[in-house]
Structures are given as C-alpha cells and as structure tokens.
Design a protein around this ligand. Structure first.
Ligand code: SF4
Length: 448
C-alpha cells in the first residue's frame, strides 16, 4: 500500500516578488515529492509567506499567521516580516520556524523538520539544482571535462579525453539554480580552468538575454553578478588570468587563485612537460598582488620527481620563499600506471623524497604562519561552515573548504552554516585563525 505524500499548504501575502518566492518554495517542495494542499485542514504544515512593508501589511501578516495556527496548528513563517522574528513570536509563540525573505533553503529545511520528505522513486524528482554531496551552503561547479595538456606524470587526458567545455549559458544556468537553492559559495573546478572554452573557440551562448563567450574572463564576470562567493580552482597562469585579477579587486569574485605550479626548477618542469618560466611567474604574482593586495594563492607541488637534484629542490624552496604562497599542498612523486614519467631515468629514493617533503612542508608552514599572523587585528568576512556546542567554525575568503585554513569563533553557538559574518582576528597559528564576532551580515543577494 502506498503511503500518502506529505502535504504543504501556503498562504502568500504581499507583492509579486513574494509570490515568486512562494512559487520557488513550492516548486522545490513539489520536486522533493510533497503535495500541495489548497486547504488548511488537508495540510500537514502551512507556510505563511508574509509581507512587512507597511504597518497594515504587518498586521495582516500577523492575522494570517493566527488564522493558520487556529485552523491547522503547524505553521512556518517566511517572507519580509520573517526578518522580525521577535515581533512574530511575541504574538504567536507556537510557530514552528521563522525565516526571512528569499531564504528558500531555510524554509525547505523547516518543512523537512516538520514533515520529513518521503522517498518515492516515481514521485521524488531530482531538485532543479541537482544532487550534491557538499554541505548545502557551497557547491562545486564543473565547467569542463578532460585536458589538452600532456604532463608526463598524469594520465587524465587518456582517461577523460581532450578538453570538452560546457557552453557558458549552461554553466551560468546551473550556477543560478544553485544560488536560488541557497548555495552561498561556488567552487569553480575543471582540469584546467584557464583553458575553458578553447575547444568551443570561445563561442557565445545566451544567458539572461545577452551573449556570453565561453571564456574564463566572461564566465567569471557573469558568475560575479550572482552576488555569492565565487572561487576559482585549477587556474594555470595563462596570460588572460591577468584579466581576472581586477574582478577580484572589485569584489566580484573571491581574491583567491588555486594554481597547481607543481615545481619551480626549469629542469624538472621540462621533464614534467609543463611551461617553464617561473621567474616570469614571480613577476606576475607581484603584479597581481599590486592590483589585488588581498589575493590568496594556493598551489600544489610534487617533490622527488625523477631526475630532481638537490639543486633543483633548493631552487624550489627559494622560489617558494619569494612567491610567498598562502596555501600549499605537496605530494611525493609516485608512478602512475601508464604515465610517461614512469620511464624517466633517475628515480629518487623514498627516503630522499620523504626528507624533501618534510623540508618543503616546513618552509610552506612558516610562510603560511607569517601570512596568517599578519591578519591578527584585522576584521575579515567569514562564511560559517559548522556550529557546535563550543562555537562556530568558518573560513575567510582566502580559504577553500576541506583544503585550506579555518577560523574558530568560540562561544558563538547561534550562527548557522552559510551565514556571512565579520570576525576580528585575535590569534593565528599555521593555517588557522581565532577571532570574535563583530557583526552578522545579511547574505549578498542576486538582483534580477
Ligand atoms: S596534470 Fe592537469 S594539466 Fe597536466 S595533463 Fe594532467 S590534468 Fe592536464
């Protein structure tokens, strides 16, 4: 026997924008398998989307909430008046949850709490923003597959084929749906983000009635219009990356670049089959930082590559010291089945690889520590990732989830994941920071 679908009723007050908000909430709930009830008594829970523009609208909202409580009893409040939770709870303390305007994700979560969604493979459609394994406030946005390079240690081009970019409108549509579903941070990924669109000859596609080229500069500009954090990963320092830095300085996208340099010695880079002009790269890093002083650069390196001499390794340490990278990961070289590097001469002993790895990580830690210490005393914007009984843990714009540092805000237990806050930094150690809450911020919102 089939169990009936949980039913949600909605009372939508206010303007057309509020009505669109109600439609979005219902669309999302319907896609999750909820039924929509046209009457109070047929609903398992009722959402009241309020208006708080005028006093008369606030009075009408409070009256509508009272009516829904009297008729149904299980009420979730959202919309403009939801921004004033105290006023609502003063009159109607029994409401199940109160969320503010445009907080689609929070409303949907409140409905989940009140009546958990049922899984029915015939009815539970995938939500428009797709299924995600990340926490609901950030999401990865893959802009292309495959790779046209032929680094000697890598078999990804064999496994995934040559570069295949998605049209810009396709990516921007997905990004927009994610933002509408409550995602606050997009992590742009690919094998080679700077090469985006080369295979499409940078063809234009239409987004929001205007043409957008399949080119990193245009894509980053359009993503910057969504009003949420946008972070670029796997960027190679092609010349047009210079065009992205002003977008970071303007605050359109995060001042963060993840560039997998892999090494700095010209000999090693040559056998890795990667471009080998790290001196020039140092000059560009300097000029990027002049344009955007807050720029954080993350990178990964391989030590113990076949043929790497002590001199090559030391030149890498010197380069690292000059580049003053903010975040660094390091791998000891390993053969990958099918990779050309396996056949190179002069493979390095494991104990030498281990010793270089330790030296490299210590040098990187010291740089990160001094760069983190320079943040003490500053007020930084932080996105909250987790809240537990001890306080909140978040990240600054310089920290990508899972791989970079964290900010610990002790004692702040009523913040929520995805919330943006200002934090005064009081202490730093290695990659992490500790601070106190200065202000809670309304998340940036996209304008139509
Ligand atoms: S390491 Fe990266 S850039 Fe090089 S071939 Fe592999 S996927 Fe492409």
């Amino acid at each position: 026997m089939n169990t009936p679908c949980p039913k949600v009723g909605i009372v939508s007050l206010g303007c057309a924008k509020a009505l669109v908000d109600s439609e979005r909430i219902l669309t999302r709930l319907r896609a999750e398998g909820y039924d929509i009830s046209a009457s109070y008594d047929g609903a398992d829970v009722v959402i009241v989307n309020t208006c708080g523009f005028l006093d008369s609208a606030r009075a009408e909202s409070l009256e509508a909430i009272g009516e829904a409580i009297a008729e149904n009893g299980r009420v979730i409040v959202t919309g403009c008046m939801g921004g004033d939770e105290a006023a609502i709870r003063a009159v109607h303390p029994s409401v199940l949850a109160v969320t503010g305007p445009h907080q689609y994700q929070a409303v949907v979560e409140a409905v989940h709490q009140a009546i958990p969604p049922q899984h029915d493979p015939k009815l539970s459609l995938v939500p428009p923003e797709g299924l995600h394994l990340t926490p609901s406030h950030y999401a990865y946005l893959k802009i292309s597959e495959g790779c046209n390079n032929s680094c000697s240690f890598c078999i990804i081009p064999d496994l995934r084929g040559p570069l295949a970019s998605r049209p810009a409108a396709d990516i921007l549509g997905e990004a927009e749906r994610l933002a509408e579903a409550g995602v606050k941070e997009l992590l742009v990924i690919s094998q080679d983000t700077s090469a985006y669109g080369l295979d499409l000859r940078h063809a234009e596609s239409n987004w929001r009635g205007r043409p957008v080229r399949a080119h990193l500069t245009d894509l980053a500009t359009a993503l910057g219009d969504l009003g949420i954090w946008v972070r670029l990963h796997y960027v190679y320092p092609y010349p047009h990356v210079d065009e992205i830095i002003p977008l970071m300085a303007e605050g359109k996208i995060l001042p963060y670049l993840d560039i997998p340099f892999q090494h700095a010695s010209p000999n090693v880079l040559k056998t890795m089959r990667r471009p080998a002009n790290q001196e020039k790269v140092l000059g560009r890093i300097r000029s990027w930082r002049e344009t955007c002083p807050d720029l954080a650069i993350r990178s990964t390196f391989i030590v113990g590559f076949p043929g790497e001499t002590e001199e090559d390794f030391e030149s890498l340490l010197i380069w690292l010291e000059e580049a003053q990278l903010d975040r660094v990961g390091c791998f000891k070289y390993e053969n990958v089945k099918g990779a050309p590097a396996n056949a190179l001469a002069d493979h390095i002993d494991e104990d030498v690889k281990e010793e270089r790895h330790l030296r490299f990580m210590e040098a990187a830690r010291q740089i990160a520590d001094s760069r983190a210490s320079a943040k003490v005393g500053k007020v930084l914007e932080v996105i909250i990732d987790e809240v537990d009984e001890e306080g909140a843990i978040g990240r600054t714009k310089a920290d990508s989830p899972e791989v970079d540092g964290e900010v610990y805000i002790n004692g702040e237990t009523d913040l929520s994941p995805g919330e943006l806050v200002d934090v005064e930094i009081e202490a730093a150690e290695d990659y992490d920071l500790w601070g106190t809450l200065v202000a809670r911020k309304t998340p940036a919102r996209r304008r139509r």
